[in-house]
Ligand binder design. Sequence first.
Ligand SMILES: [Mg+2]
Length: 418
Amino acid sequence: MKTTRRGFLRTWMGASLAAAAAARPPAAEPPRPDSDSLERILAEPVFRRDLLKAPVRIEALELLRSGRQFLVRARSSDGAESVTVPNNSRLLDVYPLLIKRVAPFFIGKDARDLEQLLWEVYRHQSNYKFQGLAFWVCVATVEMALLDLLGQISGIALGDLLGGVRRRDIGVYQASGNRGNTPEEEVNFLRRIAAETGAKAVKFRLGGRMSRNADSLPGRTEALIPLVRQAFGDALTLYADSNSSYDAPNAIRIGRLLEEHHYAMFEEPCEFDDLWATKQVSDALSIPIGLGEQEFSMRRFQWVIENRAADIIQPDLHYFGGYIRCTRVARMAAAAGMPCTLHLSESGFAYLNVLHFASYIADPGPFQEFKGATRIPFTCDTSPLVCRNGSVRCPSGPGFGVRIDPDYARTFRPVKDV
Ligand SMILES: [Mg+2]
């Protein structure tokens, strides 16, 4: 059976704060919203349509390309324009869906109807048959372009268009993508990336990635878990991600080792679509379980939250179709007392996307993933967009609050053929 809320908080906050929490009276168990109340949350509007008085007719939505880099240009019929950065790595494979099935649907429509249009484009010409990352990453491309366009027209920051900015200084963590190196090499790597940004939390990889219990190097996981805690003491919050490595018994075994060393999250313990195994692990352990980066179904997120199959809900902003859909997930999670901490699928400008999401949702959790250092030239008047002492300031200008260098954008050409 799942641990008490008090135990949950103990692991979530990390070892250094556990003593302070233990001195307080026991907190209440987390709320357990039923399916009717989650349905009501899903029906509530996210986009603040009332903030835009006049129609915004969508005249053009162009995918622009230079070499292997994409940009998106959105233009309204009265000449407003925005240039945004999509999920480049996935679009290299799936952009024909964007060109043929998603972008054309929006032309001539009123961008203020964006929230309703997200449902209509799913139905349009049976697009739902393509659902999954390939479809939703294209929808996210359009959604983010239109949100920025609406921001440029209204002068309103993205977070205020989506419910209201609550915070601008966003705590971040640094993640390692390594597997197969020795535990000692990985500890040295983690020390370096934590020192670069002053991040107060780090995440590293366990197991072998979708490996049916095999490790990337024999014994690496069991050695690495205590070694990282020993290296950082209680100063850092530690997260571990197995990328779907284990069946339930092995995930529980590894999870107990993480608990012993006061880790604050065990991400994707079991194969990501095995919600039942993940729930078994979640029920057996007190460490918060993270899940959601591969998920594309709103209904399955609803099930995970209602049944408490995980504790930290992690949709990917691009893979799940953009801000509005992810905000609905975050609202359901908040009703169950769970943080919604986005998965970050690539570098480029994804870190900017994550900052905005964390700026307005109720509970993004204490740390967001930060990759930073985009190669795309831009200006931003309201934030240096660099990490200082473990925190990055979210821009407050219109839309995303950044301007892609026009000279750079001029080197791109519209993609016409598929
Ligand atoms: Mg992950």
